[in-house]
Unconditional design. Structure first.
Length: 120
């Protein structure tokens, strides 16, 4: 079974052809996206994707002393991608958005992490 990266490279012929060249002696094909001229999935992945710009706190979030699960949670919190009950109500996934910690008003990220009695 072919990987998704390989399918992207093969399905995008102009992208693939821009990185495949004949060698000087015309005996072999060279993959110009890698240092050694050999095709590799890592170099194909780097060619096929659009890298996102780095953000200011990247070295804090992706520190070697933080487990990856907590890094992902921190990244979601910094990007406002955690789904408190107020957002789940917007998506129609729940009926009420009352805070589960204090039952006083809607549960938002701001309230969960900064302004509730529980977090302080």
């Amino acid at each position: 079974m072919a990987s998704c990266t390989w399918k992207v490279i093969v399905s995008n012929k102009p992208l693939a052809q821009s990185h495949i060249n004949k060698s000087d002696d015309n005996d072999a094909w060279i993959w110009s996206a890698s240092n050694n001229g050999n095709f590799g999935f890592k170099s194909a992945w780097n060619v096929s994707r659009d890298p996102l710009p780095s953000f200011d706190l990247a070295e804090v979030v992706w520190c070697q002393f933080i487990c990856p699960k907590m890094s992902c949670c921190l990244l979601r919190a910094l990007s406002n991608r955690i789904l408190p009950r107020a957002r789940l109500l917007q998506f129609g996934r729940i009926e009420q958005d009352d805070c589960v910690l204090c039952n006083s008003g809607p549960e938002t990220s701001e309230k969960l992490f900064f302004s509730s009695e529980f977090s302080s």
